[in-house]
Design a protein around this ligand. Structure first.
Ligand code: AHR
Length: 528
């Protein structure tokens, strides 16, 4: 009898364990190279450096450190940043810029100022010329934001003159005096930061912001007609805000003037609900589609000559919620978020969303580069790469060319009602696919990007090429870890990219089993 009970219990345990190991779903992805969405902008793999916490001082710049080069830049950070292939870097803020006067940060005399956005003392030791030296070492396109809060349109114009004009003008001469005879020709300029936010120093309503931005744009373009301008779109999704009203007004007022509309989004997991959290990139995608519609309306009426339509720049996005609470949002250690695997999966979801909307999203900047809600983290002895570093790296190194509109058939789930981040409007997501997919075609290369949201099930997926044939072996790279809460730290990057065995697909079909809570990139050649 005793033996029988033991046998039954044993069988039950075995069944549970086997189910856990082998639970599997089936899915299908169909790829048609003729169904294109748009060209993938290289500027989707941007980043952001703000004077905030230890992003600049102690992050990229630390002249006292034994790890820094002759110009004071942390070599370990620079090397890891180079591996991220950061195409464009936004500077100097962020909320910081709305009370920043760029002349404080150039020349031999640097005046320390109270920094009001993040409650620090700004020494101004690092400014325009130091950032440009960093940008050149990194090989990244600089993207400057002007102060539309406490700054004037004249101050914005003078910054463009300082950076972009060659000749005998006052600010061009000043740059030369500061040791930089050649202009930097900074092409991308944003007209302020998050001007819809009540927290922004010098916050304006949409009409007043549009007027100021239009006049700043006029002066800046008269100084250098080749620059591209980015308007401050929606960042305020608090319950009583009206972000699309803001976007509609800005687009209407600035439709002939600007080249991009900047949108910001931070997501969190305040209720510690994995499936709700993993659906947040779809909120970003929904906002993208709404704004695309608003842009389409205004482009019917715009007078833009030969210029492209207005595009979307997601010029701040990330996971950010833990390090926001209380004292941690201020001072030297501000916003030092520690990321885990589920955060990395959310980032993969964001990046897939950008690719799926490649016709309209033409710039994206992860906020921020190091220490402050960043993919890298330093101390005096060294640095480590956070979990979110790895999907971004896979995308920036591989996901180029044309985005394809693929068919995905897989199981889905519905979320509860939840908050996507602290202070944000509540949402509910239906039919969230367990597989989140985007595909790029770059000449004869096909790059398949798949995030498996399922916490416990692997998903066996037939990947069918509808025209042409797969050629040779396909490379497989995976970001995963023992647990969705796994984090990296100094000396232990437990979540990172691993190279899997190559696969040999059949002529036009192969099956790949995506492990639970994973991000996978598969790439190889096709013949058409
Ligand atoms: O990236 C951190 C902050 O988030 C930026 O300064 C601001 O633009 C946004 O609110």
């Amino acid at each position: 009898m005793n033996f029988l009970v033991k046998l039954i219990v044993g069988c039950l345990i075995l069944t549970i364990v086997r189910n856990d190991v082998y639970a599997q779903q089936m899915a299908k992805i169909k790829i048609d190279p003729d169904r294109t969405i748009g060209e993938i902008s290289p500027l989707l793999y941007g980043n952001f450096v703000e004077h905030l916490g230890r992003c600049v001082y102690g992050g990229i710049y630390d002249p006292e450190s034994f790890l820094s080069d002759e110009d004071g830049f942390r070599k370990d950070v620079l090397d890891a940043a180079k591996d991220l292939n950061i195409t464009i870097t936004r500077y100097p803020g962020g909320n910081f810029v709305s009370n920043y006067h760029w002349e404080d940060g150039v020349g031999p005399t640097r005046v320390p100022r109270m920094e009001l956005a993040w409650s620090r003392l700004e020494t101004n030791q690092f400014g325009t010329n130091e950032f440009m030296a960093f940008a050149r070492k990194l090989g990244t396109e600089p993207y400057f934001a002007v102060n539309m809060g406490t700054g004037t349109i004249e101050e914005a114009q003078r910054w463009v003159e300082y950076t972009n004009v060659k000749g005998q003008s006052y600010y061009a001469n000043l740059r030369e005096e500061h040791g930089h005879p050649e202009p930097y020709n900074i092409k991308y300029w944003s007209l302020g930061n998050e001007m819809d936010g009540f927290w922004q120093m010098g916050h304006l309503n949409a009409e007043d912001y549009s007027k100021k931005a239009r006049e700043a744009a006029k002066l800046m373009k008269l100084t250098d007609p080749t620059i591209k301008l980015i308007a401050a779109g929606s960042s305020n999704y608090r319950p009583f805000a009206d972000p699309n009203e803001w976007n509609a007004t800005i687009l209407k007022e600035l439709r002939d003037v600007v080249d991009y509309l900047a949108i910001h989004m931070y997501v969190g997991n305040p209720d510690d609900n994995y499936y709700n959290f993993l659906s947040t990139p779809l909120v970003m995608e929904h906002r993208t589609k709404l704004i695309k519609g608003l842009i389409d309306v205004e482009m019917q009426k715009a007078d833009r000559g030969e210029r492209d339509p207005i595009y979307i720049a997601w010029d701040e996005y990330n996971v950010w919620y833990r390090a926001r609470r209380g004292a941690s949002s201020r001072g030297e250690r501000a916003l030092e978020e520690q990321y885990n695997l589920e955060d990395a999966l959310v980032i993969a979801g964001f990046l897939n969303g950008f690719i799926r909307n490649a016709d309209v999203v033409k710039m994206a900047n992860m906020a921020q580069l190091v220490n402050v809600i960043g993919p890298m983290f330093t101390n005096e002895e060294g640095m480590f790469r956070q979990t979110i570093y790895f999907p971004l790296q896979l995308f920036s190194q591989n996901m180029h060319g044309t985005s394809l509109d693929v068919y995905v058939d897989c199981d889905t789930y519905d979320t509860d009602e939840f908050n996507i981040g602290l202070g944000e409007q509540v949402t509910r997501q239906s039919d969230v696919p367990y597989l989140d997919v985007s595909v790029a075609m770059n000449d004869d290369e096909i790059i398949i990007s798949v995030m498996n949201r399922h916490l416990t099930d692997e998903i066996s997926t037939d990947i069918i090429l509808q025209e042409g044939a797969y050629m040779g072996e396909f490379e497989v790279m995976e970001v995963n870890g023992p647990d969705v809460k796994s984090q990296n730290t100094f000396g232990s990057e437990i979540v990172q990219t691993s190279q899997k065995n190559n696969i040999s697909p059949g002529d036009n079909e192969f099956t790949y089993v995506f492990p639970p809570h994973s991000y996978t990139m598969i790439k190889g050649k096709i013949e058409r």
